[in-house]
Design a protein around this ligand. Structure first.
Ligand code: PMP
Length: 430
């Protein structure tokens, strides 16, 4: 391999001590020693353009987050069983960013924990445990969250009370029929649950369907399905771990794109710019009974240090206008990628919103058969060119571009130059 000696030695030690669950990105793994804004630096000081990481939304090594965390760590770090103003101040700020019915928040430490808690609250409220999720969804890693994460593959068992519903497929379905077709699949799913002797608890959907290949259009495709769920007494749980905090450039969250009102919302990833903080947003009617009868306490969740990071993230997004920035840079990226690939038979579609862009690789435009090999080639070729992306989707053929929100026009230019070069060395479908 062409790995630098220091990285090769580290890789060997890592494999010995960390074991099989720890997978690395890229044929040529990256040893990352420092981050700054939208760049990651390797041990030799070479910069790599980060077009993948959404967690450091306000930038790697963000100074404001760093300062806020350091100050708070030097003052007080405890749990939520005392009166502390930091957690209340932040909860007020956060809830103000949601529609009025989502006026309360429960903090957790990871997206998975928040999904797990939202599922428990839903099941307690409905007295049912049947779930509908999309066929290639990812919602996390706890036992309950993994049970609704079919993208983990065939060896991750999906229990009988979880029914998989095909996500919309923008490239292959008639756009005019997507909303109706998805609602029909949800209706069928509820019937399948019934036949299995299970009632519907809820529909859990990533508002931008990231692991199903980023399916955003037509706006509103989820609306009728949510009506169906509500008519059957179910809860609509919006997973905003991916689209949340301005990623799509259209506002703070992804669900308004569907013109729907979630009963519960899960937040995570970029919330603390890398510090472990996540949340479930909901209405008192859902939290009250659960909170009283079942109770919830999470030792580290909502501690003032993580809250300090989360509040600095809001400050940065607001003061630096990162949502309109994501819209503008993302629009440019999308337009240029479409122009660059207009006559390229290997590109089925370029789609996206804000700084979440997907490039779907196909064997040819007429057949639209997914080409995962081409996607993997481009991911590794770009990595050799010091540009970091990844691939996702049901067939692994969708390039996922999802940089920190501070990604600017000069970063977009660098990406486009390298992407165009990588495309030129990608051969015809083999
Ligand atoms: N939901 C979605 C949509 C996610 O993308 C993820 C993480 N990839 C999770 C939930 C789980 O979050 P975490 O890894 O913080 O537990």
């Amino acid at each position: 391999s062409t790995l630098p000696p220091s990285a090769a030695a580290l890789l060997e030690r890592r494999e010995r001590v960390l074991g099989a669950p720890y997978r690395l990105f890229y044929e040529e793994p990256l040893e990352a020693v420092r981050g700054e804004g939208a760049l990651l630096f390797d041990a030799a000081g070479r910069d790599h353009l980060d077009v993948y990481n959404n967690v450091p939304a306000v930038g790697h090594s963000n100074r404001r987050v760093q300062q806020a965390v350091a100050d708070q760590l030097g003052r007080l770090n405890t749990h939520t069983r005392y009166l502390t103003h930091e957690v209340v101040d932040y909860a007020e700020r956060l809830t103000a960013l949601f529609p009025p019915h989502l006026q309360q928040v429960v903090f957790c430490c990871s997206g998975s924990e928040a999904v797990d808690l939202a599922m428990r609250i839903t099941e307690y409220q409905t007295g049912a445990d049947g779930w509908l999720v999309t066929r290639h969804a990812y919602h996390g890693t706890t036992r309950a969250a993994a049970a609704v994460s079919p993208s983990l593959g065939p060896n991750n068992p999906i229990p009988r009370h979880v029914v998989l519903v095909d996500a919309p497929d923008q490239l292959r379905e008639d756009p005019a029929g997507i909303e109706r077709a998805f609602a029909a699949r949800v209706t069928d799913g509820i019937e399948t649950l019934r036949q299995r002797g299970t009632a519907l608890a809820g529909l859990l959907v990533d508002s931008c369907l990231s692991s199903d290949g980023l399916q955003l259009d037509p706006a509103g495709w989820l609306r009728s399905a949510v009506d169906v769920v509500h008519r059957h007494g179910g809860v609509y749980l919006a997973d905003e771990v991916q689209p949340g905090f301005g990623r799509l450039g259209t506002g703070w969250w992804g669900f308004p794109r569907h013109d729907v009102a979630p009963d519960l919302v899960v937040l995570g990833k970029p919330m603390g710019n890398g510090l472990p903080i996540s949340a479930v947003m909901g209405q008192p009617s859902l939290f009250d009974r659960f909170g009283r009868d079942v109770r919830y306490f999470n030792t580290f969740a909502g501690n003032p240090v993580c809250i300090a990071a989360a509040s600095a993230v809001l400050d940065e997004i607001e003061d630096r206008d990162l949502i309109p920035h994501a819209a503008e840079v993302g629009r440019h990226l999308l337009d240029e990628l479409r122009r660059l690939t207009a006559d390229d038979e290997r590109i089925g579609e370029v789609r996206g919103s804000g700084l979440f862009v997907a490039v779907e690789l196909v064997r040819d435009r007429a057949g639209r058969a997914p080409d995962a090999g081409a996607a993997a080639f481009l991911v590794n070729e770009l990595r050799r060119r010091r540009v970091l992306i990844s691939a996702s989707g049901r067939d692994g053929n969708v390039l996922k571009l999802r940089p920190p929100l501070v990604f600017g026009h000069r970063h977009a230019e660098r990406f486009l130059t390298e992407f165009s070069a990588a495309l030129s060395v990608l051969g015809a479908p083999g």
